[in-house]
Design a binder for this molecule. Sequence first.
Ligand SMILES: [Zn+2]
Length: 238
Amino acid sequence: MRRSIPIKKLLPVYVSVLVGCIALAGIGSKVVTTMVETAPLDERTCIVVDAGHGGIDGGATSCSGVLESQINLQIALRVDALIQFLGYDTRMIRVTDTSIYTEGDTIAEQKVSDLKNRVKAVNETENAILLSIHQNTFSDGRYHGPQVFYSDDIYSRALAADMQEAFGVLDPVSGRKCRQAKGIYLMEKIHRPGILVECGFLSNPEEDARLNDPEYQKEVAGVIAARMATHIKDAPLT
Ligand SMILES: [Zn+2]
């Protein structure tokens, strides 16, 4: 069962996306137009969109039996399309259900290789900002709500706090706060700012159903893309 979200609460998200659309149509915002005209391509921020897991590594399994890796990819593809639509550069780490390992004989070794390659993809991309998409799970099915984790720098913290607040339109009651990503290999090894978004809990039957619903995926992607776009002007260059 889906809750309907009051239009008033979604308004900031719609307005953010709309501003980008108007700018692209060439009839409004001079801010975006100016940025595109003056920033050389190699000095522009590139959002590295990482759909967590994939291939041999399905991640968590939802209570309805769907692999986390599939939902991650569906949402990541939507986010990527929206960010590009707003006129910003992106690089997707994977666009199909695949792992990106390059060495290892066992699944454990291949998972390590996969993670190292994701770190490499971020660190070798000029002016990268990592956006990693995941889903949460817990033994108690009551817990729900999106949560944003950030790497240890001021930019990532501000971006995560803003995005966490924006997620309040999708889940007004979870009360979740953004947190520093501790003990997460990818987030600790990158040399650039980054956030990891746990879009919701696959262990909660209602939220699992929502996360598999294309319409809800669009709402999640809209919040993420709008917040990334809002903060991109503040992103530190390499
Ligand atoms: Zn995950």
